[in-house]
Write a protein that binds this ligand. Sequence first.
Ligand code: ADP
Length: 163
Amino acid sequence: MSVAIYPGSFDPVTLGHFDIIERTSKVMDRVIIGVLNNQAKTPLFTVEERVDMLRNVTAGLPNVEIQCFDGLTIEFARKNHAQVVIRGLRAVTDFEYELQLAQTNRVIAPEIDTMFLTTSLKYSYLSSSIVKEIASWGGNISEFLHPYVEERVLKKYNEIRKK
Ligand code: ADP
């Protein structure tokens, strides 16, 4: 059985992430999305909120599941008996970092491979940070997010503004 993990912050999940998830789910038997609970970053959403949004947007993909993790991606992959780590490549700016990460992981865990999917052109500019920047200024984010996620983001910024 082919198992892939797709790790990331997903703060929040965008249509760009979803595109990668959907395409991966077509070629792998099982896809496990790993939501990184990284103490060093200060995310907008809690890990539970990020998992909830991912569950909602992937509800129609039966071979996709969501877990959260901390620590090394490779350990998370091993724990789930995954052969492959999926990463999305948007532009050359992603390349250097991703290459370094993939090569390091290959030294630590030669049995696990990193596979890159290039983004669909229409999402190649998209990032969670850009979406948050636009939303924080009250801009329209409906082009970039699943409706459920859009609603969560708008609600979050409304709560922040009230504070
Ligand atoms: P990280 O903190 O690991 O960069 P992200 O949630 O930002 O977490 O991204 C997770 C993965 O999704 C990364 O491989 C990233 O390159 C990819 N990704 C991010 N945005 C997009 C997008 N618009 N299209 C395709 N892949 C993307």
